[in-house]
Ligand binder design. Structure first.
Ligand code: SF4
Length: 250
Protein backbone atom coordinates (compact mmCIF):
# COMPACT_ATOMS: atom_id res chain seq x y z
CA UNK A 1 0.00 0.00 0.00
CA UNK A 2 1.47 3.34 -1.10
CA UNK A 3 0.75 5.57 1.87
CA UNK A 4 2.79 6.82 4.76
CA UNK A 5 -0.23 8.03 6.69
CA UNK A 6 -1.18 6.12 9.80
CA UNK A 7 -3.44 6.37 12.81
CA UNK A 8 -3.16 4.53 16.11
CA UNK A 9 -5.55 1.71 16.96
CA UNK A 10 -5.03 -0.03 20.29
CA UNK A 11 -1.42 1.13 20.20
CA UNK A 12 -0.70 -0.12 16.66
CA UNK A 13 -0.01 2.02 13.60
CA UNK A 14 -2.68 1.44 10.96
CA UNK A 15 -1.90 2.75 7.45
CA UNK A 16 -4.70 4.45 5.55
CA UNK A 17 -5.37 6.29 2.33
CA UNK A 18 -7.17 9.64 2.11
CA UNK A 19 -10.93 9.13 2.33
CA UNK A 20 -10.69 5.67 3.86
CA UNK A 21 -12.69 4.96 7.01
CA UNK A 22 -11.26 3.72 10.29
CA UNK A 23 -13.20 0.47 9.75
CA UNK A 24 -11.90 -0.26 6.27
CA UNK A 25 -8.30 0.60 7.15
CA UNK A 26 -8.47 -1.53 10.31
CA UNK A 27 -9.99 -4.56 8.55
CA UNK A 28 -7.43 -4.33 5.77
CA UNK A 29 -4.66 -4.27 8.39
CA UNK A 30 -6.14 -7.41 9.97
CA UNK A 31 -7.61 -5.62 12.98
CA UNK A 32 -11.19 -6.68 13.70
CA UNK A 33 -13.71 -4.03 14.74
CA UNK A 34 -17.05 -5.73 15.56
CA UNK A 35 -19.85 -4.72 13.20
CA UNK A 36 -23.22 -5.86 11.86
CA UNK A 37 -24.57 -3.33 9.36
CA UNK A 38 -21.17 -2.83 7.76
CA UNK A 39 -20.24 -4.87 4.70
CA UNK A 40 -17.21 -3.86 2.66
CA UNK A 41 -19.19 -4.32 -0.57
CA UNK A 42 -21.55 -1.45 0.29
CA UNK A 43 -21.36 2.17 1.39
CA UNK A 44 -21.34 2.49 5.19
CA UNK A 45 -24.67 2.81 6.96
CA UNK A 46 -23.80 3.55 10.59
CA UNK A 47 -27.08 2.16 11.89
CA UNK A 48 -26.19 -0.71 14.24
CA UNK A 49 -23.54 1.30 16.17
CA UNK A 50 -21.76 -1.93 17.17
CA UNK A 51 -18.50 -0.60 15.69
CA UNK A 52 -18.38 2.18 18.29
CA UNK A 53 -14.79 3.15 19.13
CA UNK A 54 -13.29 5.79 21.38
CA UNK A 55 -11.40 8.40 19.38
CA UNK A 56 -9.61 11.02 21.40
CA UNK A 57 -12.33 10.74 24.06
CA UNK A 58 -15.32 10.69 21.72
CA UNK A 59 -17.45 7.60 21.02
CA UNK A 60 -17.91 7.34 17.24
CA UNK A 61 -18.80 4.70 14.63
CA UNK A 62 -15.69 3.32 12.93
CA UNK A 63 -17.60 2.44 9.74
CA UNK A 64 -18.49 6.03 8.90
CA UNK A 65 -15.46 7.78 10.39
CA UNK A 66 -12.81 8.98 7.91
CA UNK A 67 -9.35 8.11 9.20
CA UNK A 68 -6.91 10.89 9.99
CA UNK A 69 -3.38 11.00 11.30
CA UNK A 70 -4.12 12.54 14.68
CA UNK A 71 -6.43 9.73 15.73
CA UNK A 72 -5.82 7.52 18.73
CA UNK A 73 -8.51 4.83 18.48
CA UNK A 74 -9.53 2.59 21.37
CA UNK A 75 -11.18 -0.54 19.98
CA UNK A 76 -10.88 -2.89 22.91
CA UNK A 77 -11.00 -1.24 26.34
CA UNK A 78 -13.51 -2.48 28.92
CA UNK A 79 -15.61 0.67 28.46
CA UNK A 80 -15.92 0.19 24.70
CA UNK A 81 -16.66 -3.54 24.96
CA UNK A 82 -19.29 -2.77 27.64
CA UNK A 83 -20.94 -0.27 25.33
CA UNK A 84 -21.04 -2.77 22.44
CA UNK A 85 -22.40 -5.46 24.74
CA UNK A 86 -25.20 -3.13 25.83
CA UNK A 87 -26.07 -2.35 22.20
CA UNK A 88 -26.16 -6.06 21.44
CA UNK A 89 -28.37 -6.75 24.45
CA UNK A 90 -30.78 -4.09 23.22
CA UNK A 91 -30.89 -5.75 19.79
CA UNK A 92 -31.56 -9.15 21.36
CA UNK A 93 -34.48 -7.99 23.52
CA UNK A 94 -36.01 -5.76 20.85
CA UNK A 95 -36.59 -8.74 18.52
CA UNK A 96 -37.22 -12.42 19.08
CA UNK A 97 -33.84 -14.09 18.69
CA UNK A 98 -34.13 -17.72 19.71
CA UNK A 99 -30.64 -18.86 18.76
CA UNK A 100 -31.00 -22.57 19.63
CA UNK A 101 -33.99 -22.85 17.29
CA UNK A 102 -32.69 -20.62 14.50
CA UNK A 103 -31.56 -22.14 11.21
CA UNK A 104 -28.78 -19.54 11.03
CA UNK A 105 -27.26 -20.53 14.37
CA UNK A 106 -23.51 -20.88 13.98
CA UNK A 107 -23.47 -18.67 10.89
CA UNK A 108 -25.22 -15.62 12.34
CA UNK A 109 -23.17 -12.46 12.83
CA UNK A 110 -25.38 -11.20 15.66
CA UNK A 111 -24.77 -14.43 17.57
CA UNK A 112 -21.08 -14.47 16.69
CA UNK A 113 -20.50 -10.86 17.76
CA UNK A 114 -22.39 -11.57 21.01
CA UNK A 115 -20.00 -14.45 21.68
CA UNK A 116 -17.03 -12.25 20.76
CA UNK A 117 -18.05 -9.57 23.27
CA UNK A 118 -18.82 -12.23 25.89
CA UNK A 119 -22.46 -11.28 26.19
CA UNK A 120 -23.74 -13.82 28.71
CA UNK A 121 -27.34 -12.63 29.15
CA UNK A 122 -29.84 -10.24 27.52
CA UNK A 123 -29.74 -8.11 30.71
CA UNK A 124 -32.82 -6.08 29.69
CA UNK A 125 -36.47 -7.16 29.79
CA UNK A 126 -37.55 -8.83 26.54
CA UNK A 127 -40.07 -6.91 24.46
CA UNK A 128 -41.48 -10.12 22.93
CA UNK A 129 -42.92 -8.21 19.95
CA UNK A 130 -45.55 -9.99 17.89
CA UNK A 131 -43.99 -10.29 14.46
CA UNK A 132 -44.90 -12.47 11.52
CA UNK A 133 -43.15 -14.79 9.11
CA UNK A 134 -43.57 -14.29 5.38
CA UNK A 135 -43.15 -17.61 3.60
CA UNK A 136 -45.09 -16.60 0.48
CA UNK A 137 -42.00 -16.63 -1.74
CA UNK A 138 -41.27 -19.99 -3.41
CA UNK A 139 -37.57 -19.95 -2.53
CA UNK A 140 -37.13 -17.52 0.38
CA UNK A 141 -38.63 -17.24 3.86
CA UNK A 142 -38.58 -13.99 5.81
CA UNK A 143 -38.58 -13.82 9.61
CA UNK A 144 -39.53 -10.35 10.86
CA UNK A 145 -38.60 -11.56 14.36
CA UNK A 146 -34.93 -11.70 13.44
CA UNK A 147 -34.48 -8.55 11.37
CA UNK A 148 -32.11 -6.05 13.01
CA UNK A 149 -32.81 -3.36 10.39
CA UNK A 150 -29.20 -3.22 9.27
CA UNK A 151 -30.32 -2.14 5.81
CA UNK A 152 -27.95 -4.49 3.96
CA UNK A 153 -30.74 -6.10 1.93
CA UNK A 154 -32.02 -2.61 1.08
CA UNK A 155 -28.59 -1.55 -0.18
CA UNK A 156 -27.97 -4.82 -2.03
CA UNK A 157 -31.34 -4.76 -3.78
CA UNK A 158 -30.96 -1.11 -4.76
CA UNK A 159 -27.24 -0.95 -5.59
CA UNK A 160 -26.45 -4.44 -6.94
CA UNK A 161 -29.73 -6.07 -8.01
CA UNK A 162 -31.21 -2.73 -9.17
CA UNK A 163 -34.67 -3.75 -7.96
CA UNK A 164 -35.55 -1.93 -4.72
CA UNK A 165 -37.34 -4.97 -3.30
CA UNK A 166 -36.66 -3.93 0.33
CA UNK A 167 -37.09 -0.69 2.26
CA UNK A 168 -37.21 0.34 5.90
CA UNK A 169 -40.49 2.01 6.86
CA UNK A 170 -41.42 3.85 10.06
CA UNK A 171 -39.30 5.36 12.81
CA UNK A 172 -37.82 4.20 16.09
CA UNK A 173 -39.51 1.16 17.59
CA UNK A 174 -42.09 1.23 14.79
CA UNK A 175 -39.46 0.73 12.10
CA UNK A 176 -39.89 -2.39 10.02
CA UNK A 177 -38.75 -3.86 6.77
CA UNK A 178 -41.29 -3.65 3.92
CA UNK A 179 -41.41 -5.30 0.52
CA UNK A 180 -42.05 -3.60 -2.78
CA UNK A 181 -44.79 -5.80 -4.26
CA UNK A 182 -48.49 -5.47 -5.16
CA UNK A 183 -49.63 -7.42 -2.08
CA UNK A 184 -46.88 -6.25 0.27
CA UNK A 185 -45.80 -9.90 0.56
CA UNK A 186 -42.42 -11.17 -0.57
CA UNK A 187 -44.01 -13.80 -2.81
CA UNK A 188 -45.02 -11.41 -5.57
CA UNK A 189 -41.96 -9.17 -5.34
CA UNK A 190 -39.15 -9.24 -7.91
CA UNK A 191 -36.77 -10.99 -5.50
CA UNK A 192 -34.90 -14.00 -6.89
CA UNK A 193 -32.99 -16.48 -4.75
CA UNK A 194 -29.90 -15.62 -6.79
CA UNK A 195 -30.11 -11.90 -5.96
CA UNK A 196 -27.44 -10.40 -3.75
CA UNK A 197 -30.23 -9.14 -1.47
CA UNK A 198 -31.29 -12.72 -0.79
CA UNK A 199 -27.88 -13.73 0.55
CA UNK A 200 -26.54 -10.65 2.32
CA UNK A 201 -28.52 -10.80 5.58
CA UNK A 202 -26.13 -11.07 8.56
CA UNK A 203 -28.80 -12.76 10.70
CA UNK A 204 -31.49 -15.36 10.03
CA UNK A 205 -34.14 -12.97 8.69
CA UNK A 206 -33.78 -13.82 4.99
CA UNK A 207 -33.23 -17.51 4.42
CA UNK A 208 -33.42 -19.85 1.45
CA UNK A 209 -36.06 -22.53 1.90
CA UNK A 210 -35.36 -26.24 2.22
CA UNK A 211 -31.68 -25.95 3.20
CA UNK A 212 -31.86 -25.11 6.91
CA UNK A 213 -29.64 -27.84 8.27
CA UNK A 214 -27.68 -28.88 5.19
CA UNK A 215 -24.54 -27.86 7.08
CA UNK A 216 -24.92 -29.36 10.56
CA UNK A 217 -24.81 -27.05 13.58
CA UNK A 218 -21.30 -27.34 14.97
CA UNK A 219 -19.71 -27.26 11.52
CA UNK A 220 -20.82 -23.79 10.43
CA UNK A 221 -18.66 -20.75 9.78
CA UNK A 222 -18.54 -19.28 13.28
CA UNK A 223 -18.58 -22.71 14.92
CA UNK A 224 -15.15 -23.31 13.47
CA UNK A 225 -13.71 -19.80 13.25
CA UNK A 226 -14.31 -16.77 15.52
CA UNK A 227 -15.83 -13.80 13.75
CA UNK A 228 -12.73 -11.79 14.62
CA UNK A 229 -10.72 -14.13 12.37
CA UNK A 230 -13.22 -14.25 9.51
CA UNK A 231 -12.58 -10.55 8.87
CA UNK A 232 -14.12 -9.83 5.48
CA UNK A 233 -17.53 -11.31 6.19
CA UNK A 234 -18.85 -10.60 2.70
CA UNK A 235 -16.63 -13.32 1.30
CA UNK A 236 -18.43 -15.89 3.38
CA UNK A 237 -22.01 -14.68 3.45
CA UNK A 238 -23.24 -16.24 0.26
CA UNK A 239 -21.81 -19.65 1.09
CA UNK A 240 -23.33 -19.51 4.57
CA UNK A 241 -26.78 -18.55 3.46
CA UNK A 242 -27.03 -21.24 0.84
CA UNK A 243 -26.56 -23.76 3.63
CA UNK A 244 -28.89 -22.01 6.06
CA UNK A 245 -32.33 -22.47 4.59
CA UNK A 246 -35.60 -23.05 6.30
CA UNK A 247 -37.81 -25.66 4.71
CA UNK A 248 -40.84 -23.89 6.19
CA UNK A 249 -44.11 -24.23 4.36
CA UNK A 250 -45.91 -21.54 6.33
S1 SF4 B 1 -33.60 -8.56 6.62
FE1 SF4 B 1 -31.49 -8.95 7.22
S2 SF4 B 1 -30.28 -7.72 5.77
FE2 SF4 B 1 -32.39 -6.92 5.70
S3 SF4 B 1 -32.42 -5.24 7.19
FE3 SF4 B 1 -33.14 -7.09 8.26
S4 SF4 B 1 -31.27 -7.93 9.20
FE4 SF4 B 1 -30.59 -6.48 7.65
Amino acid sequence: MSTDKTFRLDGKDIPFEDGETVMDAALRAGEYIPHLCHNPDFPPHGSCRICVVDVNGQHLCACTLPASEDMDVDNSSGAIVDKRRTLLQMLFVEGNHTCPACEKSGACQLQAVAYYTRMLSPHFTHFFPKRSIDASHPDIVFYFNRCILCGLCVRASRDVDEKNVFAISGRGLNSKLVFNSPSGKLGDSDLLATDMAASVCPVGAILPKHLGYETPIGERLYDTMPISVVGDVATHLSANNTSMGDGSDE
